[in-house]
Design a protein around this ligand. Structure first.
Ligand code: AHM
Ligand code: MG
Length: 321
């Protein structure tokens, strides 16, 4: 029974013990993310009450300023990750430049994150999430962020949905933990997650189809329809990918005439999700290149992304090539 079983902290420590030379640094890093996630989750739950608790929409009952949820999440991530001392540098989708904290001068890792993805869904009470990607510090410069996705040491996301879930990979499979709010623990609820070889759902913003640069995509989607697929699109990558991981199928955000390199960011969104999906037995591509093989040239670069079950992604690659 999951309730009596493993929680995320013990899981992290037991994973660490499998590596006799581990220093505990990655465990501390992941624990800092876990703490930040719990704080963000608690605030997401209160989001709809901000106006009621706030005064004139500016300050809350304690006289503190009411912050937008995405700004708040960004600050919580920065504070907890910096304070952990495990990260030499942090890059956030919300910041123009990476940050180095004095505590992290000897940190072994760099982390890129999207503190609250799916911002258009915050005001309408629909799932949002936090995504993170950890690489080893190599040179001790900004270049450490520009490593290929296959070099990630760990990646994960936290989905704030009907329950809060933490989905994690350290390159040894994927495990999902559900927050039990009564005890404040993330309990292992989805051990060794595997994406189905094939699904029945496609997830893409079809309103953009006339603007897609790869026009073959329209034929591909039509083929899926002919094969009896149904469509789901939430507009929060975390939620759309989470469903794809569990149920199979494909999620995509292609390049279009408005977003010529796609909309989603390689470092904060595409690469960590690709790592998770591939670790669960699926596949991720920009249409031509495996997402995890792309060498970034800029921390904020965007990329088209298609990920999901092997069957659907291989089929898509056949259409595009
Ligand atoms: P955000 O980082 O500003 O929240 O934007 C990213 C989001 C993703 O979560 C989602 O997959 C995509 O934007 C949806 O975009 P669109 O509304 O163009 O379909
Ligand atoms: Mg985002």
């Amino acid at each position: 029974m999951a309730y009596l079983g493993m929680d995320l902290n013990r899981f992290i420590l037991e994973e660490e013990r499998k590596h006799p030379d581990a220093t505990g640094s990655l465990s501390m890093a992941l624990t800092a993310i876990e703490t930040a996630a719990k704080i963000i989750a608690a605030h997401v739950r209160m989001a709809g009450l901000a106006d009621i608790l706030g005064q004139a929409g500016k300050t809350n009952i304690q006289g503190e300023e009411v912050q937008k949820l995405d700004e708040f999440s960004n600050e919580v991530m920065i504070k907890h990750l910096s304070d952990s001392g495990q990260f030499f540098a942090l890059a956030s989708e919300e910041l123009d430049e990476p940050l180095c904290s004095p505590k992290g001068v000897n940190g072994k890792y760099v982390i890129a994150f999207d503190p609250l993805d799916g911002s258009s869904n915050i005001d309408v009470n629909v799932n949002i999430g936090t995504i993170f990607s950890i690489h080893r510090r190599v040179k001790g410069t900004e270049e450490d962020f520009l490593q290929e996705g296959y070099k990630q040491v760990a990646a994960g996301y936290i989905i704030y949905g009907s329950s809060t879930m933490f989905v994690l990979t350290t390159g040894n499979g994927v495990n999902g933990f559900t927050l039990d709010p009564s005890v404040g623990l993330f309990l292992l609820s989805h051990p060794n997650m595997k994406i189905p070889e094939k699904g029945k759902i496609y997830s893409i913003n079809e309103a953009n189809s006339k603007k897609w640069i790869d026009s073959e995509l329209t034929d591909y989607i039509q083929t899926l329809k002919d094969e009896g697929y149904t469509s789901r699109y939430i507009g929060s990558m975390v939620a759309d990918v989470h469903r794809t991981l569990i149920k199979g199928g494909m999620f995509g955000y292609p390049a279009d005439k408005k977003n010529r390199s796609g909309k989603l960011r390689l470092l904060y969104e595409a690469a960590p999700m690709a790592f998770i999906i591939e670790q669960a037995g699926g596949k991720a591509t920009d249409g031509r290149t495996d997402i995890l093989q792309i060498k970034p040239t800029d921390i904020h670069q965007r990329t088209p992304v298609f990920l999901g079950s092997k069957k659907e992604i291989n089929q898509l690659i056949e259409f595009i090539k």
